[in-house]
Write a protein that binds this ligand. Structure first.
Ligand code: CP
Length: 326
């Protein structure tokens, strides 16, 4: 693997999931793979899980991690080609990225979308320039349109949970039925990026081992390039029927970009709604706004596998860093 920006960078998703689950069984099995190698983690935006899990994963591979909070500690970076830098930006990415390429063996970057200019965000203007100028493998810690480490984690979590549900078939190596996975929009107080939802749809479709239904109010359609292969159902109740997994996430509209169109009905997931599913496991990438995006009763109840999901971030990161090193 040369870079990790989207599902398209992975040749064999099931093999990468197996690799991650192998690391979960034996975290230190490649503890010298990254000896005398360094990963630089650049944060242009905040993070808790991604930052910590990437550090833990790199450490378990024997790598050294350098964290750089560009957003509030570094020089303000310029990304426009030909910019006359007489404003607030101090250093061009063309000058900064090659230096980082010399300091590190892998460059990991978190950069959120501006949510103002759809073309710039969906062109992945920022991460693409780091790829162009750094000269070393680039690992996305979430970019303007995608969150691949989160999505790989989600597939790992669905895989292990589905194997546990179907343990008798799994034990005798029989093929498991495809689970029904529902990605449901949920309310939020502010406009959030579409990254997690885009990425989840892209990865589940590329994986091909689950039936994906996406449900949201009219006006919250995601970009078709990511949802192709999924069923779109505007009626949340219908969508949830017989679901095995429910992935909850808010996102703002793709068109008009980053708007929050008014919606009717109550879209927050409750125990009553879970009653329509096949005792579905509930997932969320976190952080979550309690009792806005997801109810206490779901988050604190038996159907939530959200802590297990967040814990699995380590194994996704370890499998990907290991693949980039190899
Ligand atoms: N899910 C996720 O990416 O969490 P952080 O923003 O805390 O890294």
């Amino acid at each position: 693997m040369k870079q990790f920006i989207s599902a398209h960078d992975v040749q064999n998703i099931p093999a990468l999931i197996r690799k991650a689950l192998d690391y979960k069984s034996n975290p230190w099995k490649d503890e010298t793979l990254g000896k005398r190698k360094r990963i630089g983690c650049l944060f242009l935006n905040p993070s808790m899980r991604t930052r910590l899990s990437t550090q833990v994963a790199a450490q378990q591979l024997g790598m050294e991690t350098v964290i750089f909070n560009v957003g509030n500690e570094g020089w303000s970076l310029e990304f426009e080609e030909g910019a006359i830098m007489n404003g607030t930006t101090v250093e061009h990415v063309k000058d900064a990225a090659p230096i980082m390429g010399n300091y590190f063996d892998i460059l990991a970057i978190r950069t959120f979308p501006g949510l103002k200019d759809r073309e710039a965000d969906y062109g992945e203007h920022i991460i693409k320039q780091f790829i162009q100028y750094a000269g070393i493998p680039v690992l996305s810690l979430e970019s303007a349109t995608l969150h691949p480490l989160q999505s790989l984690t989600d597939l790992i979590t669905i895989t292990e949970s589905w194997q546990a549900t179907n343990s008798r078939l799994a034990e005798i190596n029989m093929p498991l039925p495809k689970p029904k996975v529902v990605l449901t929009w949920a309310p939020h107080v502010k406009a959030l990026p579409q990254c997690v939802a885009n990425s989840f749809a892209q990865w589940v479709n590329a994986w091909g081992e689950a039936d994906l239904v996406i449900t949201h109010p009219k006006g919250y359609e995601l970009a078709e390039e990511f949802t192709q292969g999924a069923t779109i159902e505007y009626d949340q109740e219908k969508a949830l029927k017989d679901a095995d997994f429910v992935y909850v996430k808010n996102w703002s509209a793709y068109s008009p970009y980053s708007s929050m169109p008014p919606f009717g009905g109550d879209w927050m997931l409750t125990n009553e709604k879970i009653g329509q599913t096949c005792n579905a496991k509930v997932m969320h990438c976190l952080p979550v706004r309690r009792n806005i995006e997801l109810s206490d009763e779901i988050l604190d109840g038996p159907n939530s596998i959200i802590t297990q999901e967040a814990s699995n971030r380590v194994w996704a990161a370890q499998a990907v860093i290991s693949s980039l090193l190899q």
